[in-house]
Design a protein around this ligand. Structure first.
Ligand code: ADP
Length: 168
């Protein structure tokens, strides 16, 4: 059984992430998307919301499972009984950090290998951060995230903006 874990923040999941999920799921028996519950970052969406959005946009892929995790990705890979870690490479700017992470993870666990997928060119500039920034200024994010996600981003941002206004 070839099992892989695709870890990330997915705050929120983008069309670039989804492309990696579809391509990775096509070459392994089971793909577990690990949603990082990171206390140091302040995400727009809670870990439960991020898990639910991922579940919604991956219903068409039968061998994908979505789970939340905290701590080291490589530990989560071990816990899932997986042997591969999946990551996406958008540009050279991703490369240095991703190479360092892959080497670190391999030194922690020699049974875990990292599989890199190069991004579809049309999604190469998309990041969760850019999505949130564009949405904040009322821009169109329909090209960047799946439709149900776009709706939730706008809802969340307008809720936050209203909250901030009432705090003043
Ligand atoms: P992290 O905080 O771990 O970087 P992200 O959710 O930002 O979490 O990204 C998770 C993984 O998906 C990373 O390997 C990242 O390089 C990759 N990724 C992010 N955006 C894209 C994209 N547009 N196309 C392909 N891969 C992407």
């Amino acid at each position: 059984m070839k099992r892989a874990v695709y870890p990330g923040s997915f705050d929120p999941v983008t069309k670039g992430h989804l492309d990696i999920i579809e391509r990775a799921a096509a070459i392994v028996d089971e793909l577990i998307v690990g949603v990082l519950n990171n206390n140091e970052k302040t995400p727009l969406f809670s870990v439960e919301e991020r898990v639910n959005m991922l579940k919604d946009v991956t219903v068409h892929i039968p061998n994908v499972r979505i789970e939340a995790f905290s701590g080291l990705s490589v530990e989560f890979v071990r816990k899932c009984n997986a042997s591969f870690l999946v990551r996406g490479l958008r540009a050279v700017t991703d490369f240095e950090y991703e190479l360092q992470m892959a080497q670190t993870n391999r030194s922690i666990d020699r049974n875990v290998d990292t599989l890199f997928f190069t991004t579809e060119l049309k999604y190469a500039y998309i990041s969760s951060t850019i999505v949130k920034e564009v949405a904040c200024y009322g821009g169109d994010i329909s090209g960047f995230v799946p439709a149900p996600v776009a709706e939730r981003v706008y809802d969340k941002i307008s809720l936050k903006t209203r909250g901030n206004r009432s705090e003043v």
